[in-house]
Design a protein around this ligand. Structure first.
Ligand code: SAM
Ligand code: SF4
Length: 330
């Protein structure tokens, strides 16, 4: 068993240290992104969601086992009442060095003051197109301008702000340079994410990060910065005069499973150790069945130890083909 500073580390059988949690606080969403939640969904019932108290208990427990960073996700996390206050609670947990949020940004401007007050360490906003009509085709909704205004206001408020763009051939690849201009003009990182063949994502023709980089290099003199910013897997580039960075999350073409430091808790209270494998344990069940803290920690440690080696997205029919990103939290 390894240690990280003054507490034990959660490690798996490949000696990866698991110190980052993606915590999904709801499976509901106010958008219907074509690659994620295209149709009507079978949401968890309210009492099947972990309560704020249960989630705080889990995070406190994990912080004593080496957890350092938490990302609040969903569905759309800002749809669940009390999320900014919950971020404030997490920020006070000893040893948790970073609490960030990923959102589609539709409600972000309403929540900005509260998020700032809570001390959120960063906000990632999903924006897959800068063209209102394409945005509407992808998400099923209007509101692109509202989202972009919130992104800029978030950055202006001094919160570390990133744009996440999932790239799709024939849908938004041609907009890569326009996205990059945001990073040129503002202190906002723009990250291009490869489409993972999960759920409705399987229906889209992906574009690799390498292809986007090639497209961008026709216009910008992008150089790798060699930095790690945030929780890990993005590779960053910059060019003369850029205020923000251009990041690539090449989960499919390059993969970064060997250095994966993540675990996930779904809205329904399941600890999942890999996006691409459904194995894991039902923490909600363990909590509600009255197990002691020590017994739960033991089960978590056993589950973490068995973290799968990585994804197998190249196989025609892999385990995650039917997985729903909106359930797991991305
Ligand atoms: N609703 C929030 C949002 O959109 O940011 C949080 C949840 S969403 C599931 C988290 C991230 O997963 C988003 O950036 C979304 O674009 C990404 N995502 C969903 N399906 C994906 C897929 N098949 N491949 C890659 N990224 C995906
Ligand atoms: Fe909702 Fe985020 Fe999925 Fe889009 S990507 S449907 S905003 S959960």
């Amino acid at each position: 068993m390894g240690t990280t500073g003054d507490c034990r580390a959660l490690t798996d059988s490949r000696n990866r240290v698991i110190e980052y949690l993606r915590l999904s606080v709801t499976d509901r969403c106010n958008l219907h992104c074509a690659y994620c939640m295209p149709g009507k969904c079978d949401y968890e019932r309210q009492n099947e969601l972990l309560s704020w108290g249960e989630m705080e208990y889990i995070c406190r427990m994990l912080s004593e086992e080496g957890l350092k960073k938490i990302k609040i996700t969903g569905g759309e996390p800002l749809l669940r009442e009390g999320v900014s206050e919950f971020i404030g609670v997490l920020k006070k947990i000893p040893r948790i060095s970073s609490v960030t949020l990923t959102t589609n940004g539709q409600l972000l401007s309403d929540y900005l003051p509260k998020l700032k007050e809570a001390g959120v360490d960063g906000v990632n906003v999903s924006v897959d197109s800068l063209k209102p009509e394409v945005y509407k085709t992808i998400t099923g909704s209007e509101g692109l301008n509202r989202v972009l205004e919130a992104v800029y206001a978030c950055s202006d408020a001094g919160i570390r702000t990133k744009i996440n763009c999932v790239t799709m051939e024939g849908v938004n690849r041609s907009e890569a340079a326009d996205f990059a201009l945001i990073a040129k003009d503002r202190s906002i990182d723009v990250r291009f994410i490869e489409m993972m063949p999960m759920g409705a994502g399987c229906l889209f023709k992906p574009v690799t990060g390498g292809q986007i980089l090639e497209d961008l290099r026709k216009r910008f003199d992008l150089r790798p910065t060699g930095e790690t910013r945030g929780n890990g897997p993005a590779v960053y580039y910059s060019a003369e005069g850029f205020q923000g960075r251009i990041g690539f999350i090449n989960a499919v073409s390059c993969g970064f499973c060997e250095s994966c430091n993540r675990m996930r808790i779904t809205a329904g209270g399941k600890l999942q150790l890999c996006l691409a494998h459904s194995c894991g344990i039902d923490i909600k069940e363990l909590l509600r069945s009255g197990l002691s803290r020590e017994e739960i920690v033991l089960k978590i440690r056993e589950a973490v130890f068995k973290k799968p080696a990585g994804h197998d997205f190249s196989a025609a029919k892999h385990e995650s083909s039917d997985s729903m990103m909106w359930r797991i939290g991305g």
